[in-house]
Design a protein around this ligand. Structure first.
Ligand code: AMP
Length: 563
């Protein structure tokens, strides 16, 4: 075991849980995990003030897994979450951490899915129930004893649950669980409504809060970009096209992510390497030496592996995955701007992590401005600038060495100087897109999310039992101008259905029999997607695609008319 992995091992957790966590690629506990796990293991009630991105899910999931009795096939832990998405996410996290604990069963209970199978899964011995309050109350109305064996209760994102009107449901649920239970409440904020719940339903709770001292950051230009989680690698590749960097460090959370991003960068020709806790110390030192002397330009690292890294060449820090807390953000970006030089720090933020960005801004006392992914024109300009820069030192001296050869080639090929120079450029640039239309064709594959675009989570309103789409139809943004002869089509499949632009592109290419360049920009939003298609023959194409399925769901592409 490397020194860093001792972090989880030292927490007194069951070795099977530690093994599963390490297999997930976590190297050491985050601050909230460090503080919460011992308290929960010791049986105290707890109030944790933490938002998404701090690692709060594992902070309660690991000790709860440690506590349940696998041999008993009845609900022992109940986790309440405000939305279906979060409930599913938490249930998946439990399953991941319980991978090496045979016999653990987790069930997610949320609205919009049939009740029967959920109830059966509970009765069939799920020890861990992750539920949204509205639906759980529906179950309680059918069977008031369903929670009578629960010993551990977690309220996740308690402030969000109250905002969504779940107060009354929470009271019903508290009453349905034995008073001897242990209760843990996580909330990003602690308004009086939450404090009052805690006073009534928690026993001498311990408070855990990630201390956020004000930090100063100077000489580093900071910006953030909103992206969907599955679009981070293409977004990084696009940003690198225009950022003028000397050396760069990209921070991610897991070992696997260091390997994935480093591989993607190497495939694009960057001199990049991964740095994580699995890499032997002497090899790590070699990577850092290479970054120092220019044999490498990019290192993709976890926080642990980058500890103590001091390389003055670093001009850029990319926070590809969100840091766990503002201190760690400040620490990361301090890798650049060394020795009085200027540095630039970019932070990728997924819709769910927006709150963490606000915390970072508050703690650093600085606004982290929003940047947009560079568009095709900016990418093209940057590529031409790089080409110009690489040719500049050659033009002065090449005529003497290669001038005669040039004359001979134009004569032998019977072509103009411009034609020969163009052929040489084509060869030298290796098929890289260097005109606007070709660059544009590369662009649609990175949908980003705008500042006002919400996560599109489906939520349940409990008070009147009605369900609403919180933001699905608020996702509109100003439409992009359409190219001549193209129309926009819409499908109700989006990121929340697990769709990425490449899936849509593949389906339309394969089943519609179109050429790649007939398909324009593809924008994947959370609850829908837009695809630009040729107007000519559109009806025929849509008929062809009538039964097409993407990610197991019907595509149902329709012409989209903007008003
Ligand atoms: P959460 O704040 O619980 O939503 O977690 C945010 C993300 O951090 C999730 O993708 C987790 O898988 C990841 N994560 C949580 N704890 C750790 C850890 N100790 N090391 C690396 N990644 C973690």
């Amino acid at each position: 075991m490397t020194q860093e992995t001792g972090g989880f091992a030292a927490l007194d957790l069951n070795p099977n849980i530690v093994a599963a966590v390490l297999a997930t690629g976590y190297e050491e506990p985050s601050a909230i995990q460090h503080q919460s796990i011992p308290i929960i293991l010791a049986g105290h009630d707890m109030i944790g003030q933490a938002q998404t991105g701090t690692g709060k899910t594992a902070a309660f999931a690991l000790p709860i897994l440690n506590k349940i009795d696998v041999s008993k096939r009845e609900p022992q832990a109940l986790i309440l979450a405000p939305t279906r998405e979060l409930a599913l996410q938490v249930a998946t996290a439990f399953e991941t951490y319980a991978k090496q604990m045979p016999g653990v069963n987790v069930v997610a209970v949320y609205g919009g899915a049939p009740m029967g199978p959920q109830l059966r899964a509970i009765r069939n011995g799920a020890q861990i129930v992750v539920a949204t309050p509205g639906r759980l109350c529906d179950h309680l109305r059918r069977d008031e004893k369903v929670l009578s064996t629960v010993q551990y209760l977690v309220l996740d994102e308690a402030d969000e649950m109250l905002k969504l009107g779940f107060m009354d449901d929470l009271e019903v649920i508290f009453d349905a669980i034995p008073a001897t239970r242990q209760t843990v409440l996580f909330s990003a904020t602690l308004p009086s409504s939450i404090r009052s719940i805690a006073e009534r339903h928690l026993r001498e709770p311990k408070h855990v809060k990630i201390q956020t001292k004000t930090q100063t950051v100077t000489a580093i230009e900071q910006a953030h970009l909103m992206v969907h989680a599955d679009q981070k690698i293409p977004a990084v590749l696009r940003l690198l096209e225009v950022e003028e960097f000397d050396a760069l460090i990209a921070f991610v959370r897991t070992k696997q992510a260091t390997l994935d991003l480093a591989a993607a960068l190497e495939a694009k020709g960057y001199k990049a390497a991964a740095l994580n806790g699995d890499i032997a110390q002497n090899q790590r030192e070699r990577v850092i030496e290479s970054l120092k002397d220019g044999r490498l330009d990019i290192v993709v690292a976890t926080d642990v592996a980058a500890r103590g890294l001091d390389v003055p060449r670093i001009t850029h820090v990319f926070n590809v995955d969100m840091p766990y807390d503002p201190e760690s953000y400040v620490h990361r970006i301090g890798r650049t701007g060394r020795a009085g030089r200027e540095g630039r720090a970019l932070l990728l933020v997924t819709p769910r992590e927006r709150r963490m960005l606000q915390v970072i801004e508050r703690v650093t006392g600085q606004k982290v401005a929003e940047a947009r992914l560079p568009g095709p024109q900016a990418v093209l300009d940057a590529r031409i600038k790089k080409l110009t820069k690489s040719l500049a030192p050659l033009v002065a001296e090449s005529e003497a060495s290669h001038g005669e050869l040039f004359d001979r080639l134009t004569a032998d090929l019977g072509c103009s100087a411009r034609a020969l120079a163009s052929a040489l450029l084509r060869k030298a640039t290796n098929g890289q897109a260097l005109d606007l239309a070709s660059v544009e064709r590369e662009q649609p594959l990175v949908p980003t999310t705008g500042p006002r675009e919400r996560t599109g989570e489906r939520t349940e309103r409990s008070d009147r039992g009605e369900r609403t789409e919180r933001s699905g139809d608020r996702e509109r943004r100003a439409p992009m101008p359409l190219a001549e002869g193209r129309v926009r089509c819409r499908t109700a499949l989006g990121a929340r259905d697990g769709i990425a632009a490449k899936n849509l592109l593949g389906a339309i290419l394969n089943e519609g029999g179109l050429a790649r360049d007939a398909i324009g920009r593809i924008q994947v939003r959370d609850s829908f997607s837009l695809v630009e298609l040729p107007e000519d023959g559109l009806e025929r194409l849509l008929t062809k695609l009538k039964d097409t399925r993407v990610a197991g769901k019907q595509l149902k592409l329709r012409r989209y008319r903007e008003d």
